[in-house]
Structure formats: C-alpha cells, structure tokens
Design a protein around this ligand. Structure first.
Ligand SMILES: [Zn+2]
Length: 175
C-alpha cells in the first residue's frame, strides 16, 4: 500500500538528501487503524525521470506493528508506478491538448493520454465532491481538456494528485 505525503523540497533536493530525508511519522495505521505509529522498515529504490536524466531515489518502507501490513511512503511529486513526476506528466498533457506540441516521444504521450482519459469519470466525481459546479462537456476531448484545466487550477499539481490518491486510494493516472 502506498502513502503519498507532502514534501516541501524538489525532486533533486530529495535525491541529494537520499536516505537522510525527513519523513513524517504516520500515527495511525491506514489499514487496521491501530494508534501505534508505523515502524520504519527499510528502503527500496526507484527511478525518477526528469527530462533527460534519471535519479535513483530511496523510498521509505513502513510496517504496522499490529497488523504487519507494509506501506511505502511516496513523496508527492511522484505517482505510484510512474517514473515521470506528476507535474511533468500534466505539463505534457497540457501541451498536447492546448498547443498541439509534443514534448515527449509520441508513444509515451499516447500512453499518458490514454491513462488520463480512462480516469475522467472518477476525476469528475472528485471535483463534484469538492463542490465544483463547473459545466463539464460530455464529449471525450472537451471533457479531458476541461478536467485538465481544473487540475491545473490547483496551486500545485502535487496537491491535486495527493488529495485524489487519499480519496480513491489510487492515482488519477491509474490503470
Ligand atoms: Zn495496521
């Protein structure tokens, strides 16, 4: 299970600090809700891709002392199962739909586009839950562009992604 937490630093700063990063203490187990802080349970390493360079980042693992479920603590600039940071993925989609310019390889862009389209209905539900009353077009492309604009209206892409994940327990780019 993944827990996404808010980080104030950039991906590169996180990379530089390595395992010396500050990690929040999770006081309540998200699985069994016991009120014993989750224990540190080592790290695993995963790549993050920023433009032309990849960075190997440590991800802290946690374990519940009661139910023994393990969790990984993912900084909010990343999405589960994606190497490209959330901000960059949204930037690529925005350029694709608004400017018709492609900043990444066509295949990768199509992959992002398909995943984004797959999650439109849940995204709409998420915004309705937040109280948004905007008219959202029914046609696929119009709907995608409108929802992308709503996502981009968040002060930070990371905040949207984190809150969405907290709500649905999956990312807005999930399969
Ligand atoms: Zn537990």
């Amino acid at each position: 299970m993944q827990i996404i937490y808010e980080v104030e630093i950039t991906l590169i700063e996180y990379y530089r600090k390595g395992t010396e990063n500050c990690y929040p203490v999770i006081e309540v187990c998200p699985s069994c809700f016991s009120r014993q802080p989750l224990l540190r349970h080592g790290f695993y390493w995963r790549y993050a891709l920023l433009l032309k360079r990849s960075y190997l980042l440590p991800i802290l693992r946690l374990k519940c002392p009661c139910c023994e479920q393990t969790f990984s603590l993912l900084p909010d600039f990343l999405l589960p199962f994606y190497q490209t940071p959330v901000k960059l993925i949204l930037e690529y989609l925005k350029r694709y739909w608004h400017d018709r310019r492609t900043a990444v390889y066509y295949q990768r862009l199509q992959f992002y586009r398909r995943r984004f389209l797959k999650n439109l209905n849940l995204m709409e539900a998420f915004f309705r839950k937040l109280g948004h009353r905007d008219i959202i077009p029914r046609m696929l492309k119009g709907k995608a562009i409108k929802l992308l604009d709503m996502v981009n209206a968040f002060p930070k892409a990371e905040t949207f992604a984190r809150r969405y994940h907290d709500h649905f327990q999956q990312s807005f780019m999930a399969i």
